[in-house]
Design a binder for this molecule. Sequence first.
Ligand code: CO8
Length: 303
Amino acid sequence: MALRAALRNKCGLSSLLSQLSSCSSHGGVRVSPAFIAQQRNNSSSSAVKVDFDQSTGVAVLHMQSPPVNSLSLDFLTEFCINVEKLEMDKSCRGLIITSSQPKVFSAGLDIMEMYGKSPERCGVFWKAVQEMWLKMYSSNMVTIAAINGSSPAGGCLMSLTCDYRIMADNPRFSIGLNETQLGIVAPFWFKDTLVNTVGHRHAEMALELGLLYNPSEALKIGMVDQLVPEDQVLTTAAQTMKKWLAIPDHARQITKSMMRKPTVEKLRSEREADINNFVSFITKDSIQKSLRMYIEMLKKRKG
Ligand code: CO8
């Protein structure tokens, strides 16, 4: 009953699973370890679907939130719960992130979460964005983004948190941190993630101009690591994962932490201030006006 309630509730799932683990080992509620492992490895949430292959130790997380996998509070909550479950499962060593939506990896932050919302709600939303980044950027797993569609702004950020990026070689797809085009500013940890990937000069131009790159341009500046035909993105990700998993975990994990820890610690130590900055920025009348114009432009473009 409690498990079913938590699955409905989503938020308490990981803590419930650990409570169940401890109950089973202390002779309380009788739950078999196999049952707990099964719950950890199979996702039943709607916005993401996780396929975990015990034999390879690799999980594939499919984002499946129509129409464009925009990162709403609900989406981010489900995403984080699923990544945390995999992170806690020692048999899971690699994570591939991809999209089930045609043509789009992720449209980035859900613009409607930033428009016309109360400061309190904006704060909760921003904390969830931070949480997604912290979980992904500091993950012990090997993480690969299988970018099978466009990936602007927060979608680009999500792929930049991974260890390796493979993008579909389709000139209609684009990727980049285009925040300035919306009249908003990518925060310091978006900027740091980009600088760590493409270097200072490319990051400076990309951020100031809010550039969206086609796959060839993205490869040229190192925003993605490899281009493959659209129908080979996932199989190439699986092959690449094998190479990364051939390296002993402890050596790779310590090296990853050495490379990323200063960037992660910077946000951890400034988390509250960053939330306050976001809330006071995004709720400004002038910024709300820019967002309204951008939303209207998206709708007009469609018509
Ligand atoms: N949020 C919410 N809804 C969205 C978003 C989004 N990010 N993107 C698209 N949609 C909606 C569209 O409005 C449309 O809605 P409807 O069907 O009701 O008209 C629907 O999704 C489908 O969109 P399209 O018809 O445009 O779909 P396409 O397949 O033609 O194109 C794209 C897909 C390329 C993803 C395109 O939709 C697009 O470019 N979207 C905008 C992406 C964008 O600019 N995202 C930026 C979000 S901001 C962010 O992530 C970081 C913010 C950091 C904040 C820092 C402040 C301090």
